[in-house]
Design a protein. Structure first.
Length: 365
């Protein structure tokens, strides 16, 4: 099994501390035939320099002594880790040489390309290298168990018709509780999903078959895809800046590839550390709200136009719920979407101080 080469693609945006903890866990994997690609989406917190310093052994991740998951990323793995830095390279096909002896490649994407665009830079690099069997898209705010990658490879080898495999995502802050078992069951008429087995005890997790039968798509925090899948279905859809990339991929692959769930591939997820995309509406950021609502409409219009009316009705119910909670900034976000606001130049009220700001490529100006 260890002869199957895996490229692990990790997207970073202003989250170097989380990324270092993620990298420490990945480099502890008991599956040894892998290479890691970190794609940096134009961070302005010095992320790239921090990640390079970590690889050189000059910077360690901080994990509290009382952290239940400390052993997954501490003590530090042996350094230095040889790496290469590709600067400002939006189109990785222009890279002339692929150093296949290096375990770590860092690519500056040259802009904030969103989830799909940033991950696609890493996928393109892996595809151009030409030697990959699988690609693992792993969120930077996730920490993987040492056998998580091994379990993903095994599950895909046991299910050759599958194109995407999901992990058991567990709450980083509550490692006894399941965040999602592999993926999500999607209601096209409301434009919302139900995370499978959410909040169940990890010891009582349902079987693989039950999860797969209800799964509309694999949760994006850990998506393991085959080389054949990417070759036939293509890259992530960059129409979405954030959200709905995973289900778009799944819908495009229907009839060609199946979905599968690796129950024993455990990944601990902090959930939305970069942009505040929590399921808890009380703490969900305006940015997350905007892109979720926007992508919801794009996806529905593209694949289920007959459901647009009911999806808009569902959004109206969400608007009333925000009114009930007096979440004025989120109300402004939803109304701006109803008025046809785009990702670029979307104005809304900042939740912290009530001042108007402008969103450009997902960044507040």
């Amino acid at each position: 099994m260890n002869d199957r080469l895996v490229y692990v693609v990790i997207l970073n945006w202003n989250g170097w501390a989380d990324t270092l903890e993620c990298l420490e866990s990945v480099f502890r994997s008991n599956y040894h035939n892998y290479r890691v690609i970190v794609c940096d989406n134009n961070s302005h917190d010095g992320s790239v320099a921090k990640i390079v310093s970590w690889a050189d052994g000059l910077l360690n991740v901080y994990v509290g002594a009382n952290n239940k998951l400390r052993s997954l990323s501490w003590p530090p793995v042996v350094k230095p880790i040889k790496c290469q830095l590709i600067v400002n390279n939006l189109q990785t096909e222009h890279v002339s040489e692929y150093n296949k002896d290096l375990k770590l490649t860092i690519i500056k994407t040259g802009g904030n390309l969103g989830f799909a665009g940033g991950n696609n830079v890493g996928i393109r690099y892996a595809e151009k290298a030409g030697d990959n069997d699988f690609i693992w898209l792993l969120n930077n705010d996730a920490v993987s168990a040492c056998d998580s990658l091994t379990m993903l490879v095994k599950t895909m080898e046991d299910n050759p018709s599958a194109g995407i495999c999901g992990s058991t995502l567990v709450y980083y802050s509550d490692p006894d509780k399941v965040q999602v078992a592999g993926g999500v069951n999607y209601n096209k008429w409301l434009g919302i999903g139900r995370k499978l087995c959410a909040m169940q005890s990890i010891d009582l997790l349902i079987s693989n078959r039950c999860a797969v039968s209800d799964m509309s798509y694999v949760e994006g925090a850990s998506m393991f895809v085959s080389k054949e899948f990417v070759k036939k279905i293509g890259l992530l859809n960059e129409e979405y800046f954030l959200y709905f990339e995973e289900i778009d991929w799944a819908v495009r692959s229907r009839g060609q590839f199946g979905l599968v769930y690796s129950r024993n591939s455990i990944v601990y997820h902090k959930e939305g550390a970069s942009i505040g995309s929590s399921c808890n509406q009380a703490i969900k950021s305006n940015k997350a709200e905007f892109f979720f609502m926007k992508s919801r409409i794009i996806f529905t219009r593209k694949y289920y136009p007959a459901a647009l009316l009911t999806v808009y009705f569902s959004m109206c119910l969400a608007l009333l719920n925000r009114l009930r909670r007096r979440q004025w900034s989120k109300i402004f976000v939803i109304l701006s979407i109803f008025c046809g606001a785009k990702e670029y130049g979307c104005c809304y009220m900042d939740a912290d101080n009530g001042s108007k700001k402008t969103m450009v490529n997902g960044e507040l100006q």
